[in-house]
Design a protein around this ligand. Sequence first.
Ligand code: 8YV
Length: 340
Amino acid sequence: MASRSARPSRAAQTRPKVIVTRRLPQAVEARMAELFDVELNLDDVAMTPEALAAAAARCDVLVPTVTDHVHSGVFAAAAAGGRMKLCANFGVGVDHIDLAAARAANIPVTNTPGVLTDDTADMVMALILSVPRRLAEGEKLVRSGEWQGWAPTGMLGHRITGKRLGVVGMGRIGRAVAARARAFGLTIHYHNRHRLPGELEGELEATWWDNLDAMLARVDIITLNCPHTPETHHLIGARQFGLMQRHAYIINAARGEIVETEALCAALAKGTIAGAGLDVYEHEPAVDPRLLAAPGVVLLPHMGSATFEGRQAMGEKVIANIRVWADGHRPPDQVLEGWA
Ligand code: 8YV
């Protein structure tokens, strides 16, 4: 059991030194400048591992994003006489942060849950519509100038209504996706460590599958909405693709690392599955060239939560977490053991 987190010093309580690793929405940066002794990254270039460790030595609070690898050395630098006492992540996923090292250094990590749920679920729904109905191909055809006009057999895709959606991870985002998918006439199946309370399951008319393999074999569209953790790393690999139906589609707006890219490329190439809608990749921003070339694939640039409103709200959550911590209280979004 981790001991009590380090308390903010008196100086940190009044005006903590905050280092922000990327540009944030202007209003968020302005508010931070009012409240904190803030150091912004005006170039918006992701910091190197060395720069992150150096930042930990001279700030009270580090505000990283998904593009930073907040490695054990950052927490080691903070523990070895550095200043950093809080890691307030801008984003909900914390798989880029070494949580074990944070715990060992007694440094709380916070995130920004809740405020990007709807935006991300909307984007998942957009992919669920785009892949079977060939939206990206259609758009490309019109822009190419080669479209010959309507034809009875032109641009045929597959109907969404009546299909089975398999949601892997029924947290906030998974449930928001399920609610939207219900409105489009999909039936909801889900795999989650814990079964939803009966009332929620009833509302979504959702079927719980204790066994992921069994669900994968049964559904038409799979959406990954679980966090990336050691348990979910490469959760979907060659064996799992082999279980899916040949007409199935996979949607991933969670983390690229949940899917084994090699296996996904092979499944697409062999026609083991019909297509994929991806907003995230295993080695972002690199995208496997086989995915770029594969038909039936819609690719987005990690934009699930990219709304003005969402990013502003994320910034406000970061500020609230820092303020509550600086006041000597437990920050509201402190990430616990086995974050989910
Ligand atoms: C964020 C995300 O915008 O919050 C997350 O986990 O994946 C994104 O949508 C990003 O993480 C910002 O750090």
